[in-house]
Design a protein around this ligand. Structure first.
Ligand code: KMH
Ligand code: ZN
Length: 289
């Protein structure tokens, strides 16, 4: 595998952005699937998904997620599906865990609690362990979401406790209001604290930091996440008109900096994902436990 390979994730919707923020936000399964398909055409290999009800409120209902994934599969057959177990601030563990009943290859696993605005995005150690256990059970590869340096110590704890096992993959989220600042030296320090320098990693810049963090990640050999979940602007005062537009820009930066954007097949190897298993779940099914 060559080190030039670059994986781009699109995060098209998130849970906190609304149509009041941007009229371009995809909400319905058809809208989300269209945005993912356009982003895949532009160069995205993975889609990080949150579901919404038709009125825009976040949901983890497996039926809605299943419909989103089915519609994505009609338009972009091979894209890697990454479901969010972070869901929305304030949701409980069981509500968050039920997204793992979906046919997903990857799921986000948030490595600790952090303030999001006036609220706490609550990720206690028992909750992290439980989500990790369910991912292992379903052979879903966790993507470790890191908002602070201390969360890398949590990774170490969970490795020592046998809750996580290599190969790991990280997503460093920089520039949240109360989390690690989006500065190159912060990312470099986080990188040095991975359990292995061979572990693949993404960087995600929030808001106006999306482009600079992507560029730094591309330079440093990492992978990139872009999309409306993290940033709705193209430039100061000018909304991005689609997620694909943000993916296209990351592709252009990659080309300028000598990285090769790869599709889903090669991305699976780069990210060392578990082999795909078909679980044949039905729409609306939930975990038995
Ligand atoms: N919506 C945020 C509370 C994740 O997807 O795992 C958390 C989040 C992270 O979006
Ligand atoms: Zn998310």
């Amino acid at each position: 595998m060559d080190e030039d390979a670059l994986v781009i994730t699109v995060a098209p919707t998130g849970a906190e952005v609304s149509r009041n923020h941007t009229p371009y936000l995809p909400i319905t399964p058809d809208e989300i699937a269209d945005e993912v398909a356009r982003s895949v055409q532009a160069g995205a290999a993975m889609a990080h998904l949150h579901a919404r009800l038709s009125d825009g409120r976040p949901t983890t209902a497996p039926g809605v997620l299943h419909e989103i994934v089915a519609k994505i599969r009609e338009r972009a057959d091979d894209v890697i599906i990454n479901v969010s177990t972070g869901a929305a601030v304030g949701m409980g563990l069981q509500e968050r865990a039920r997204v793992l009943s979906i046919e997903a290859e990857v799921a986000s696993l948030n490595m600790g609690s952090v303030n999001f605005g006036d609220e706490v995005f609550d990720n206690s150690l028992p909750a992290i362990r439980e989500l990790a256990r369910r991912m292992t059970e379903r052979r879903i590869s966790p993507e470790l979401e890191i908002y602070e340096l201390g969360m890398l110590r949590t990774v170490q704890l969970l490795l020592e406790g046998g809750v996580l096992s290599p190969p790991l993959r990280y997503n460093f989220v920089l520039g949240t209001a109360s989390g690690a600042p989006a500065r190159p030296e912060v990312l470099d320090l986080m990188l040095s604290l991975r359990e292995s320098e061979d572990s693949p990693w993404f960087a995600t810049g929030i808001g106006r930091h999306q482009l600079s963090v992507a560029a730094h990640s591309i330079l440093r050999g990492g992978h990139v996440r872009v999309g409306f979940e993290d940033n709705i602007f193209w430039s100061r005062g000018r909304l991005a008109r689609s997620n694909a537009e943000l993916v296209e820009r990351a592709v252009r930066v990659a080309e300028l900096l000598g990285r090769r954007v790869v599709g889903p097949k090669e991305a699976r190897a780069v990210l060392r994902l578990n082999p795909v298993v078909k679980r044949h779940r039905q729409a609306g099914t939930q975990d038995p436990d």
